[in-house]
Design a protein around this ligand. Structure first.
Ligand code: DQA
Length: 149
């Protein structure tokens, strides 16, 4: 019988620690701590375990991805603006080799042109965008399905 795979690493990147101060029409009113609490409760309901990581430093985000082997079964990541241009994060995500879902609070595809591009998109099994905090439930459900197969 295979062991349960339910450990989700939830990773937030640059400027996401400023939620609550950022434009609420794009990002809502929750702080990052409030969002993480909500995500951990949703994950628990779904029978999943969460660990959270945030940094404003690209190299720290990369090094955290390097360390994930054996610590997580899947990744839920919102790299913020790095999504649109960081090949370093893309390479580290590929190296992590875990199922990943890309998430954005705002609807990046209906915003400025430069936000339409994601350099991690093809490495992820799904992308959820524009659904605010509720999108994290959808992303967790997608990962649960992936991990159960
Ligand atoms: C974001 C969208 C990015 O374009 C932006 O730079 C962010 C947050 C989102 O969650 O909507 O910082 O990833």
């Amino acid at each position: 019988m295979s062991a349960t795979r339910n450990r989700i690493e939830v990773m937030h990147g640059v400027n996401l620690d400023q939620l609550g101060r950022r434009d609420p029409s794009q990002y809502g009113a929750l702080t990052l701590a409030e969002l993480e609490l909500q995500v951990s409760e949703t994950a628990a309901e779904l029978g999943m375990k969460t660990r959270f990581f945030h940094t404003n430093h690209e190299g720290a985000f990369v090094e955290h991805l390097h360390r994930l082997e054996d610590l997580a079964d899947a990744i839920l990541l919102n790299p913020g603006a790095w999504t649109h241009y960081s090949y370093a994060i893309r390479d580290a995500l590929e190296l992590a080799g875990l199922p990943a879902v890309e998430i954005h609070l705002s609807d990046v595809d209906s915003r400025e042109e430069w936000r339409h591009r994601s350099v991690i998109r093809d490495l992820c099994i799904a992308r959820v965008a524009g659904k605010g905090p509720a999108g994290y439930r959808e992303a967790l459900e997608r990962l649960r399905t992936e991990l159960s197969t």
